[in-house]
Every structure is written in structure tokens, then in C-alpha cells.
Design a protein around this ligand. Structure first.
Ligand SMILES: [Zn+2]
Ligand SMILES: [Zn+2]
Length: 175
């Protein structure tokens, strides 16, 4: 995974802006995890990191566009990404990495805190993917019998009349 480590040692009290346009931040994990996403409009993030009383506040906006498979027909379909995020990471050296309450993206080395900004941005990318994505609300999906894409036309398979396991009940006569 692309690393984008920011040393927080000399971070001014007002914070600092970081613009991330390196596509590897997103494209490396997409390739590494073999995810079916294609970046079609460069992803970029404008972030602001500011020191707080007991940690760091990471705020930002990211945007871009990708293609992802439709949940019904599996064809690649465009998805615009645009999101704002704001996360707080506590910089308490007594919290170990194994501690669930500990920071996810901060690392302490030789008394200097480092922020894994690429990790933050990859997580934000994943959090902003829709649970279900359809190419269009009218998408007809694929035929459950032959697997044809029904958006391209009817495949000629017999339409199932309800659940076949219930057919026996439909033919029962009530006496
Ligand atoms: Zn579709
Ligand atoms: Zn069919």
C-alpha cells in the first residue's frame, strides 16, 4: 500500500494543509485487494491536520469518480465520490496498537508522532462506497435462468410464475 506518512513534529498550532493527488494512495490498495473499481476521474483530497489538546484532528474533502459493478447487472457503472470527513486521533502513548481505543493511523517513533494519511484516505474511500450501487433505477438485472443481461433485451426464458415450491399449494383444493 502506498505510504504517505506525515511527521507531526513541527506541525504549527494552527495546523497545516495537505493536498493529496497521488493516485497510488487509492489505486495501490484497489490492485492489492483485487477490487473491481476503476478510477475514471483522478481522486484527490484536501486535508487539514491540526494539533489538539490530546491528539490530532484530521479534516478533509475528497472527490473523484470511479466505475464500479452494478449490483443487479454487474456491468461497470460510474460513481461520483465527494465527501467531507473529520476524524480525531488521540495521541496517547499509553494506548497500544492492540488497544481498540488506540489511534488507528498514528504511530509513535523516537518520540515523534507520524500520521498515516494514506490510511486515512483509503478508509474514507471505503466508507463512502454505497452499500448497493445500481447503474440505473430501471436496471433489469440478469436473467436468473440463463444469466443474460436483461437491459440488452429479453432472453426468451420462461418467466417464473412465483416460487415453484409453492405451486403445489396453489393446486390444492380446499374441500
Ligand atoms: Zn445494472
Ligand atoms: Zn434467460
Amino acid at each position: 500500500m502506498a505510504s504517505y506518512w506525515i511527521s507531526l513534529k513541527d506541525l504549527p498550532s494552527a495546523g497545516e494543509d495537505y493536498r493529496v493527488v497521488e493516485q497510488a494512495v487509492w489505486e495501490d490498495p484497489i490492485a492489492e485487494f483485487n477490487l473491481p473499481y476503476t478510477v475514471t476521474e483522478s481522486l484527490q483530497a484536501d486535508t487539514h491536520i491540526s494539533p489538539q489538546d490530546k491528539g490530532y484532528l484530521i479534516q478533509g474533502d475528497f472527490r473523484g469518480a470511479i466505475q464500479i459493478p452494478c449490483d443487479r447487472c454487474a456491468e461497470p457503472s460510474g460513481l461520483l465520490l465527494a465527501a467531507h470527513f473529520s476524524i480525531f486521533e488521540e495521541s496517547d502513548p499509553s494506548l497500544s496498537e492492540e488497544d481498540l481505543l488506540g489511534p488507528k493511523f498514528l504511530y509513535l517513533e523516537n518520540d515523534i508522532w507520524f500520521l498515516d494519511l494514506a490510511g486515512v484516505l483509503w478508509e474514507q474511500f471505503l466508507l463512502n462506497l454505497p452499500f448497493k450501487h445500481v447503474c440505473s433505477e430501471q436496471c433489469r438485472g440478469i436473467c436468473p435462468v440463463c444469466g443474460s443481461n436483461l437491459n440488452l433485451g429479453s432472453c426468451g426464458c420462461e418467466a417464473e410464475e412465483g416460487d415453484p415450491r409453492l405451486a403445489v399449494f396453489r393446486s390444492l383444493k380446499i374441500e
